[in-house]
Design a protein around this ligand. Structure first.
Ligand code: MN
Ligand code: MN
Length: 296
C-alpha cells in the first residue's frame, strides 16, 4: 500500500514537472512569434528548450496559423515566416511519459476579441471543473462563452484525457453543448482546449501532413521502412514530426508504413469556411473540489 501511494506521488510529480517545463517554454516562445520571424526557429527553440529543461517533446511543436486550427508544424528547411497571422502555438512536454499539453494564441492579425473568446472559455471551464462534473456541462459553458463574443466554437475539435505516452485518451471534452457526457473522476488528467472561430465552426483535413504516430508494431519486409520503424521506437506511442527523422527514402517509407497500418498521420486541420481560429489550452488534474492546472 505504501509503495502504491509513493508511486502515485511520483506520477503526479512527473505531471507537475512536465507542466512547469511547458509553461516556461511557452512563455519564452511566445515572445519569439513576430512578423518576419521563421516558424522553424520557433519550433526548434520549443523542442530544444524542452530538452534543456529536462523534459521531452510529447508531440511536435504545432504552429498553426489563421484558418489552420491544429497539426501544422514546420517542414525540414522550412523558410516560412510569420505575417499578420493569428498564430496558435500548441506545445506538449513529457517527463517519463507523463504529459503536459497547452496552447496559446498569439495574435498578429488585429483580432483581439477572437483570442479573448477562447481564453475566457478556457477560464470558465476550469472554474467549474471538479470530480463529478459532467463533460456536457463543460461543453455548455465553453460554447456559451464563445457565442457571447459573437463567435462559434469548433464543434469537431475537443479536449481529451492524457495518459502515459498517450497524448489523447478518453474522456473527450466537448467544445459545444452536447446531449450527454461522462462524469469527471478525481485524479483524472485532462486537457481542455476551446477553439473559437468567425467561420462555420468546423474543421476538415487539409493537404499538408508533417505529423505521424506509430499505432502498431509488426514485422515489415521493405528494408528502408524497417529501418524507419527502428528509428521511430524512440517516440513510442507519441506523435513525431517528419523533420525529426533521418532515415533514408523517408517519404517512401512513411507511405509504406501508413499503407500497412503501422503508422497514422495527422493532416493539418483547417476551418471549412476559411475562418480565423483561436485556441487556448491547459492541462489539469481533477480533484474532489476543483482542479489543479499543471501548465499555468
Ligand atoms: Mn495541445
Ligand atoms: Mn490537446
Amino acid at each position: 500500500m505504501a509503495d502504491k501511494v509513493q508511486e502515485v506521488e511520483e506520477i503526479l510529480a512527473n505531471y507537475l514537472t512536465a507542466g512547469e517545463i511547458l509553461s516556461t517554454v511557452r512563455e519564452e516562445a511566445k515572445e519569439k512569434i513576430k512578423v518576419g520571424a521563421r516558424l522553424l526557429d520557433v519550433a526548434e527553440f520549443v523542442e530544444q528548450r524542452t530538452i534543456e529543461l529536462g523534459g521531452k517533446p510529447a508531440f511536435p511543436c504545432n504552429i498553426s496559423r489563421n484558418d489552420e486550427a491544429a497539426h501544422a508544424t514546420p517542414r525540414t528547411g522550412d523558410e516560412d515566416v510569420f505575417g499578420k497571422d493569428m498564430v496558435k502555438l500548441d506545445l506538449g512536454v513529457h517527463v517519463d511519459g507523463y504529459i503536459a499539453d497547452s496552447a496559446v494564441t498569439v495574435d498578429l492579425s488585429g483580432n483581439p476579441d477572437l483570442v479573448k473568446a477562447s481564453e475566457e472559455a478556457l477560464a470558465t471551464a476550469i472554474d467549474i471543473i471538479k470530480a463529478g462534473v459532467n463533460t456536457a456541462e463543460i461543453g455548455e459553458v465553453i460554447e456559451e462563452t464563445i457565442r457571447g463574443y459573437g463567435f462559434k466554437p469548433i464543434a469537431n475539435l475537443t479536449g481529451h484525457g492524457v495518459a502515459r505516452y498517450l497524448a489523447h485518451t478518453p474522456p473527450s471534452i466537448p467544445n459545444r453543448h452536447m446531449g450527454h457526457g461522462v462524469e469527471l473522476e478525481p485524479g483524472q488528467i485532462i486537457a481542455i482546449e476551446p477553439f473559437a472561430t468567425d467561420g462555420a465552426g468546423k474543421v476538415s483535413d487539409g493537404t499538408l501532413t508533417e505529423i505521424f504516430q506509430v499505432v502498431q508494431n509488426k514485422p515489415i519486409r521493405m528494408p528502408a521502412a524497417r529501418k524507419l520503424m527502428k528509428e521511430l521506437q524512440e517516440y513510442k506511442t507519441l506523435p513525431f514530426a517528419k523533420r525529426w527523422l533521418t532515415s533514408p527514402k523517408l517519404d517512401l517509407s512513411l507511405m509504406q508504413l501508413e499503407r500497412t497500418g503501422l503508422i497514422t498521420s495527422f493532416p493539418v486541420l483547417k476551418e471549412v469556411r476559411g475562418g480565423l481560429v483561436s485556441q487556448s489550452e491547459h492541462t489539469v488534474i481533477v480533484t474532489e473540489d476543483g482542479c489543479e492546472v499543471t501548465t499555468i
